[in-house]
Design a binder for this molecule. Structure first.
Ligand code: FAD
Ligand code: SIN
Length: 541
């Protein structure tokens, strides 16, 4: 068993933002960060386009707020949108102070990119590898802080919770308290407890629930599934964002992203007949919000019977292209595509979860002493559809807000009392209730079920949905759930089995929420239920 003062699950932009700040604020206290593989293997590292923020004199908070609300299609929480847009530039400045470098022009001004749904150029970027640069800067800053301990290759299986055991419970606080996590130490295959008065989930997204996704292998929705199992609240899971332009490379997973910034710089989508089709769908053409572009592509592929469409960059200035998108240029060349001569084959891929663990404006979940921030959280910023490049911003803002709230919580109570009370309370935390003991002999059972799950989700719960497909998906998920629970109870726990179990839970949450939403809105498009003016509010499970 280990104990710490602050426990952070996840080493992407959200988790690192919190960890750095809290460790600096309490230099005598210990902060543990857990990550399931290496420090930088995160969705954050793969972010390409950049981070949205109001920098230019022609831009304004009002415009960024309005663009976010329009993309969100009626379901954004306006108060949260204002918070993120207004506090965002300050958080970006901090990352710059940590050493992140964003591209500048010859006069030293930041070059601001444009992406779908933005009415102004406001995307700060580092070439086409912005996330890698942000992750690098955060990890570098972290190296300077002695009271942070990183635990790698450590898989969090579940959060430890108790009903009403807390030392802080009042009538207005949640009735479930978090005491830390159970982890599977992948070095010795043992389940261990890590106890902490404060736990932060920053476990990222769940793109791996679909067959084609831009998300790396780690994106299996673990935090969302853990909170749901612990009876915390999860919301808006039907709103899965498909990125319109992932490189079409059959058999390659995850899919390589072709950033929307390429369209921002003039790239044009064309169908099999080389026709530029977007103007038939939306007056904003190739730079319409993502839900519209992804649906238009889906329709074109169905009409022309193809598995992909094209992104045409042949007319763009090659020197500029290579300067802004060196990684994409190289990747395309490596598979025989010279972007100045050939069009890039692209298709939509699951990319981002707009819903997740329900949180308030301070990143508090419905479980006491448990925060959630970053992609695993549902703050109310994105509503029914996320505006491009708003997620890195959201992760920074709520990593910071979780830190502010932690300080507030501790200062109200008195630091010594807070930690002393905690030490008494943890004695009551149970050990892991060992379940299956036999070695997992048949990995094929896990890998095959994962493939089945991904097919079900892609075929029945993709960009365009209907009631029959959703009900089929639910029936098939039920079977997968039963089989996987049986396996979970009879064999030793492994990260692969836990991830499968979490992905099935996430799949269930997506389908259930989609079934509840009897209308088409934002990213949820159901041909049996047209768009309605009297909107259905957030679906909370
Ligand atoms: P992540 O960065 O995904 O980190 C998750 C962490 O949680 C990892 O350290 C992982 O190991 C850990 N973890 C998860 N489960 C467990 C477990 N069970 N046990 C232990 N550790 C666990 N957004 C933008 O704003 N702009 C962009 O340009 C942009 N481009 C993108 C391009 C791509 C290809 C992708 C995939 C996403 C992009 N996004 C972009 C989205 C954005 O990158 C993510 O939403 C954001 O980085 C998520 O950060 P995070 O800190 O919440 O989680
Ligand atoms: C991209 O670069 O197109 C991805 C941006 C995002 O997901 O916000």
């Amino acid at each position: 068993m280990m104990q710490t003062d602050f426990l952070v699950i996840g080493s992407g932009v959200a988790g690192l933002t919190y960890a750095i700040k809290i460790a600096k604020a309490f230099p005598q206290k210990k902060v543990i960060i857990i990550t399931k593989t290496t420090a930088d293997e995160t969705n954050t590292k793969y972010a390409q386009g950049g981070v949205a923020g109001v920098w230019d004199a022609n831009d304004s908070f009002e415009k960024h707020i309005e663009d976010t609300l329009i993309a969100g299609d009626g379901l954004c929480n306006e108060h949260i949108v204002e918070i993120v847009v207004q506090e965002g530039p300050e958080r970006i400045r901090e990352i710059i102070e940590y050493g992140a470098e964003f591209d500048k022009d010859e006069s030293g001004e930041y070059t601001l990119g444009r992406e779908g749904g933005h009415s102004e150029n406001r995307i700060l970027h580092h070439k086409d590898v912005t996330g890698k640069e942000i992750e690098r800067a955060l990890l570098k800053e972290l190296e300077k802080i002695p009271n942070i301990q990183f635990i790698y290759y450590c898989f969090v299986v579940d959060i430890i919770t108790q009903h009403h055991l807390g030392y802080l419970v009042t009538k207005s606080t949640p009735d479930i308290t978090c005491y830390g996590v159970y982890v599977l130490n992948t070095m010795n295959n043992q389940i261990e407890k890590i106890l902490s008065p404060i736990t932060v989930l920053a476990t990222g997204g769940c793109g791996q629930v679909y067959r084609t996704t831009t998300n790396p292998r780690i994106a299996t929705g673990d935090g969302i599934a853990m909170v749901y199992r612990a009876k915390g609240r999860v919301e808006n899971m039907e709103f899965i964002q498909f990125h319109p332009t992932a490189l079409f490379e059959p058999g390659v997973s995850p899919s390589f992203l072709i950033t929307e910034a390429v369209r921002g710089d003039g790239g044009i989508l064309r169908n099999k007949h080389e026709e530029a089709f977007m103007e038939q769908y939306d007056e904003r053409k190739d730079l319409a919000p993502r839900d519209i572009v992804a649906r238009a592509i889906d329709n074109e592929m169905k009409k022309t019977g193809t598995e992909h469409i094209y992104l045409d960059c042949r007319h763009m200035n090659l020197e500029k292209f290579i300067h802004h998108f060196p990684n994409i240029y190289e990747k395309c060349l490596s598979i025989g595509i010279d972007v100045s001569k050939q069009m890039i084959p692209v298709a939509p891929a699951a990319h981002y979860s707009c819903g997740g663990i329900k949180t308030d404006e301070w990143a508090c979940t419905t479980i006491l002493n448990l925060y959630a921030c970053g992609e695993c959280a549902s703050t109310g910023l994105h509503g029914a559809n996320r505006l491009a490049s708003n997620s890195l911003l959201e992760a920074m803002v709520f990593g910071h807000r979780a830190y502010l709230n932690t300080i507030e919580k501790i200062s109200v109570i008195n630091e010594d009392f807070f930690f002393d009370q905690w030490k008494k309370a943890v004695n009551a935390v149970p050990d892991w209730n060992a379940i299956g003991t036999s070695e997992p002999k048949e990995m094929i059972l896990i890998t095959q079920s994962l493939k089945e799950l991904q097919l079900i989700m892609s075929d029945y719960v993709g960009i365009v949905r209907n009631d029959v497909r959703l009900s089929r998906a639910m029936k098939r998920l039920d079977l997968l759930y039963d089989e996987t629970e049986t396996l979970y109870r009879s064999t030793k726990v492994s990260p692969q089995l836990c991830e499968l179990r979490n992905l099935i839970t996430v799949g269930y949450l997506i389908v259930k929420s989609a079934e509840f939403r009897k209308e088409s809105r934002g990213l949820h498009f159901n041909t049996d239920h047209p768009y309605k003016d009297n909107l259905i509010q957030n679906i909370i499970l």
